[in-house]
Design a binder for this molecule. Structure first.
Ligand SMILES: [Zn+2]
Length: 292
């Protein structure tokens, strides 16, 4: 579905370009869109976690609003869209985990993938199905798949009882076993991203640190994001402090990488929160370009 939305935007705004970073377990394309022509490369992604899919329309609406402002010569969040466009090349991957998002929304067709997922959910009867599903369709948590102290993440999650595939918190049998995480990893390796935003829900929190790494400007930008959004700026809790995309990005490049936790309540968040969430996040999305 997201591919259709992106294609529609590309028809209306021919200055957008895009492609595919890889395929999901079920063979769906994982699309990206690029907006801007500046030297500085940036990367925004959403929906690593299935039941956090409200993060996807946040990026898509931003892409649409930014495109429209650029086309008409207008401002976005009090900043000239043309300035943004000339400063940075922004790459957006709105859905890292398309199979998982489809599972939560009840649109995975009957067949082997759906039955397998239902069986995996049965291993964790206390986690609601499908609403508690964060993983990919194989039952692997994609944001515990990156090679940043993965062994430590495994030790923590195993000690919490997440020892087999299921709705969430299973790290996989090794880093990067899952095609969706591998696609994001390779896409990152093939670019020179100066800053990354990974969208998750929920909590209205900005996580900006990995261990003791403190890339240039990362604290200042985190504080700026906090001011424009009203979100809290916090250090990642130890129990979820390893093997995430942000962790790997910071460890590998020593550049600012953020996890933005949108909204308040239980994921999946109700659509009724969307306008408030978008209003809170527009300053972060523009600020990622202006502040780096
Ligand atoms: Zn998440």
């Amino acid at each position: 579905m997201v591919s259709f939305i992106i294609e529609g935007l590309e028809v209306r705004y021919p200055f957008l370009s895009g492609g595919v970073i890889g395929q999901s377990v079920m063979g769906k394309n994982i699309p990206f869109v690029k907006i801007g022509r500046g030297q500085t490369e940036l990367f925004y992604n959403a929906s690593h976690h299935a039941n956090e899919w409200l993060t996807t329309p946040v990026l898509l609406k931003f892409l649409e609003e930014y495109s429209e402002s650029y086309a008409t010569g207008d401002d976005i969040f009090n900043t000239s869209a043309r300035e943004l466009y000339n400063k940075a090349s922004l790459y957006i991957v709105p859905v890292v985990n398309p199979d998982g998002v489809d599972l939560v929304n009840g649109v995975v067709p009957n067949g082997k993938f759906l039955s397998a997922a239902q069986n995996l959910a049965g291993n964790y009867p206390n986690i609601p199905y499908p609403n508690g599903w964060k993983a990919n369709i194989n039952g692997v948590d994609l944001n515990l798949q990156y090679p940043a102290n993965w062994e430590k993440a495994k030790e923590i999650k195993f000690s919490q009882g997440f020892t087999i595939p299921g709705p969430r918190d299973f790290v996989g049998n090794a880093p990067l076993t899952e095609p969706e995480a591998r696609a994001v990893y390779n896409f990152t390796r093939n670019h020179d991203f100066r800053l990354t935003l990974s969208y998750h829900s929920q909590g209205e929190i900005i996580y900006w640190k990995y261990l003791d790494y403190e890339p240039d400007n990362s604290r200042r930008i985190a504080e700026y994001f906090g001011e424009v959004s009203g979100y809290a700026v916090e250090e990642t809790p130890y129990s979820s402090g390893f093997a995430g995309y942000k962790d790997w990005f910071i460890e590998t490049y020593n550049r600012p990488g953020y996890t933005i936790e949108i909204g308040i309540g239980m994921s999946p968040l109700p659509l009724s929160q969307f306008s408030e969430i978008y209003k809170d996040n527009i300053g972060i999305l523009v600020g990622g370009i202006t502040e780096i």
